[in-house]
Design a protein. Structure first.
Lengths: 300, 300
DNA sequence: TCGACTTATACTCAATATGAGCATAAATGG
DNA sequence: CCATTTATGCTCATATTGAGTATAAGTCGA
């Protein structure tokens, strides 16, 4: 009796191509890669790592457990099958010419406030949510839910946009019946590709976690090439978090924390003045790996 | 074939008595309460909640998943039995006259830097770690591990104490063979009660998570009585985090964030000038529940 | 009753951190 | 040569933070 078949590992494998965060998918972008826990795996983390590295051929940097959930439907139908899913966030560096990679913001256009597409998406969501709230019976409930919409989507400038609330925003849209996973009609749905099962929800969890991590931990560098300019680093930070940063202040903070050191090389193809290339000070930082990192992320 | 027997839920149920954080235990303080996932549970979270509330009779406030791990020994011996453990942090308010509650710092004396016991414990750890590192073969490894000791235990004032690194500190002591769980001789072990299996490790995870949470989320109030003075609140924050806060600055931040409102009552038994009583502004805050909370935690 | 001690609460002040802008340098392409 | 682009150095006002002073209002013991 092999009982470990019931444990499923789901990976949100993330990389950055150019400036754009991407996620590894299967089934034409409809699912996240997943696999069973095998008895040869020494631990869950090792299981994910081994399996993803075999699948992509790339070494994985940061691996982090996200969340474990019971698949409710499967519990009740007491047939054999997957019962517990454990999701992981994994970061890798490059992936030239591989298939299965999709942009984060194909699934969550509204999370990319930097882009025009994101802003129009947000404007549409605002109208749809307004309509959803208006259709509620109780006035008190109407007020409560509208407050929730306002604080999650930063409607009306009363509250600032919080880039870490990816999951909460998705859940609100789900409750409002504005995503395909909630079974709504396509014309009523918000823009953004849907996924099978609750995989888009898991992706939202991963995005939120990564956005939180890059603020305090030097994990961005797991996604960067060996050498990079400060603007490249800034662009990656911006596209991960979905918000703009002030260029000079960003440089100031990166430099004064001594997160990076010059390689001595110069990047010529900047389109303007050539830029110095930097590398992550992994060696020096490893010693004090528990000292926090501060990355400034502000609104435009 | 009931397959759900293999999933174990482990709860770190935390409350505060007086000013002291406590954890619910069984087996004379040697284990954390745990139970199997049942098919009647609608979700994992609901399972933990239902089961803990039945066990203690108290309503639970905040519940949060901590970590999922595979019990390695059980995987290899392919007998039936528990295989996956999912741990949770749960907060509750009061527990007058119940058994099983133990102080956090019975298990982690060194995490309570406020107390004299914590400081002597830390001084001893410093000596033991120094001895451990000195016995290493390679000089490079010696340097690397000593750096790790220094940054985790804030040895020599080169780096500040980080109260959120509870788990990392425990893991270092485990690797150094200084805790009973690592199979060391009692006279070589660091002070602090041990637990069965990896339960002390799970407790460390829970403490770290709660210390991180109370900084940015108003979860402290789940542990406070209905009405409290600002000093009581401060004392609870201090004993959860294990570090001192500056009284006036603490008040300033709490007040200007409008986390609390006056009840109008006065607490007379302060030992000094009577203090105003406050309650948590849950209603007002619920609307903007995603706005961050800032609690100042500094070194003495 | 007085005085030492405790806690509560208000306010000040200096050091930093942060957000935003200005200015200059060094490349490109017409 | 000039407009444009990016890089990089510097300033400045404001907000936040850490730490201290001052005063108020109780308790307790001699």
């Amino acid at each position: 009796m092999t009982t470990h078949m019931m444990i499923e590992l789901i990976a949100v494998l993330t990389a950055v191509r150019g400036d754009i965060p991407q996620v590894m998918t299967i089934d034409h972008g409809r699912q996240l890669p997943s696999g069973p826990l095998e008895s040869t795996h020494r631990s869950l983390q090792a299981g994910v790592r081994a399996w993803v590295e075999r699948q992509t051929g790339h070494p994985i940097g940061h691996v982090e457990q996200l969340y474990t959930f019971a698949d409710h439907d499967r519990i009740l139908s007491s047939t054999q099958g997957r019962m517990i899913a454990i999701s992981y966030l994994a970061l890798t560096r490059s992936h030239a010419g591989e298939t299965g990679w999709r942009d984060w913001y194909d699934y969550f256009p509204w999370e990319n406030c930097k882009s025009d597409e994101g802003r129009t998406s947000l404007a549409l969501i605002e109208r749809l949510l307004c309509h959803w709230v208006a259709g509620m019976g109780h006035a008190a409930e109407r007020v409560r839910q509208w407050q929730r919409c306002v604080s999650l989507f930063a409607i009306g400038d009363m509250v600032a946009w919080n880039d870490e609330l990816v999951l909460q925003r998705y859940e609100l849209l789900y409750e409002a019946g504005l995503v395909a996973e909630a079974g709504c009609a396509p014309d009523r749905a918000v823009p953004g590709q849907s996924m099978h099962h609750d995989h888009r929800r898991i992706l939202a969890t991963a995005m939120a976690r990564l956005r939180a991590r890059i603020r305090y931990r030097p994990v961005v560098f797991e996604l960067m090439p060996e050498a990079f300019t400060l603007l490249q680093l800034q662009r990656v930070m911006e596209s991960l978090s979905g918000v703009h940063v002030h260029k000079q202040n960003f440089r100031r903070l990166i430099m004064q924390q001594q997160l990076v050191e010059e390689t001595g090389e110069i990047e010529e193809r900047t389109g303007g003045r050539p830029a110095r290339l930097f590398r992550f000070c992994g060696e020096v930082r490893q010693a004090r790996q528990f000292v926090g990192t501060k990355i400034p992320l502000v609104q435009p």
